[in-house]
Every structure is written in C-alpha cells, then in structure tokens.
Design a protein around this ligand. Structure first.
Ligand code: HEM
Length: 179
C-alpha cells in the first residue's frame, strides 16, 4: 500500500500573516491629511476648478469660431487655452508637493496614476496653447479644435480620477474635524 505523506496546513494565524499587505502595513499609511492647505482645505482642490473650466471654455470657443467664423472666438480660445495651461501647472505643482510630502498619499498607487494622467493632460494643454501662439485664427481648424477635444476628454478622466482619490480613498481629507 502506498503511503500518502501528510500535508501540513498552516495555522489561521500564519494565514493572517501571509495576507498582510506590506503597503497598507506602513506606519504612516493612514496619514493622508493635506499639507498644502488653507485651514485644512487642500489648495490643489481649490485650483483644479480653473484648468477644468478653462479647458471646457476653449472647446466651446473653438466650436463657436467654427460655427460663426468670428475672430473674437479664436482670440477667446487663445486666452482660455493659455490660462488653462498656466492654472493647470499651478494646480499640478500644489498636487505634486502634496504627493511627495504626505506619506499616506505617496504610498498609494492611485495617487501616482493620477500624477501620470495629469502630466499627460498638462502636455496636451501646453500644446493646445503653444500651437495657437503661431497664429491664433489659422490654428483653430482643424488642429486647435481637435486638441481641444482631446484636452476636454483628458480633463474629464483626470478630474474624475482626482475625485476618486478624495471620495473613495479620502486622500487630502482630515479625520480630526468635528461634524
Ligand atoms: C500634476 C500633478 C498632480 C498631482 C500630483 C495631483 C495630486 C492630487 C492629489 C494628491 C489629490 C487628493 C486631494 C489633495 O490632497 O489635494 C488630487 C485631487 C484632485 N485632482 Fe489632482 N493632481 C495633479 C494634477 C491635477 C490636474 C492637472 C487636474 C485637473 C484636471 C487635477 C484634478 C484633480 C481633482 C478634480 C481632484 C479632486 C479634488 C476634490 O474634489 O476635492 N489634478 N490630486
């Protein structure tokens, strides 16, 4: 008769030990409070409204230029695309300092995903503005308009993902506030 070797099963406590997530086990994993903030309110969250709104304004102005042929809209798109880029860089700087300084934000992969998305978005915003500086009226059709469509789509994805950081992972939020 063939003897079957007995398989040793780990104790429950061993299983628990194996399942420990080394990232979540870091001592500062739950320290996610904003450091770049005014009275606990993250400056990044205050600034992102500007590039988001201005990017949508640029798309709208391009659309109106296409529809009416009025040079006013091409000039409006030049200014809104420039301001979208500059406010985007300012928001990005506040977000990057936050990312590097706050251990619980730095430890989460989702924060870095947001950073990569945001840097891609800032490159598109910069291209959309820079291209118009060579002649803002000729720049709109077709490439200015297409860049604006791409920028609007990327803004939607990056903004949605930023919201996920706050509302799903509670990054930048304070746990000490009173209700
Ligand atoms: C370039 C680097 C960026 C980094 C490192 C970064 C990082 C962060 C972090 C850590 C948060 C959590 C809240 C906080 O701690 O402030 C956040 C939230 C957010 N981010 Fe960014 N971000 C960057 C750029 C951008 C850009 C360009 C946009 C524009 C679309 C954006 C949109 C958002 C939004 C909408 C939120 C949620 C804000 C709220 O609802 O309170 N981020 N980001």
């Amino acid at each position: 008769m063939v003897s079957v070797p007995e398989v040793s099963r780990p104790e429950t406590s061993d299983v628990d030990e194996i399942r420990v997530d080394p990232i979540a086990a870091q001592p500062h994993f739950h320290r996610t409070e904003s450091r770049i903030a005014v009275a606990g309110h993250p400056i990044h969250a205050m600034l992102v409204a500007f590039p988001i709104a201005l990017t949508m304004c640029t798309l709208g102005a391009d659309g109106f230029y296409w529809w009416t042929g009025d040079g006013f809209w091409a000039r409006a798109a030049l200014w809104s695309s420039g301001m979208a880029f500059l406010f985007g860089v300012a928001a990005g700087l506040a977000g990057t300092v936050e990312l590097l300084l706050v251990p619980g934000i730095r430890a989460r992969a989702a924060s870095w995903t947001h950073f990569v998305l945001a840097v891609m978005l800032l490159s598109i915003l910069g291209a959309n503005w820079g291209y118009r500086l060579t002649g803002y009226e000729q720049a709109v059709l077709p490439w200015g308009l297409l860049l604006s469509v791409l920028a609007a789509g990327f803004t939607g994805v990056t903004g949605w993902h930023g919201g996920k950081l706050v509302f799903d992972y509670h990054l930048g939020t304070s746990s000490t506030g009173k209700a």
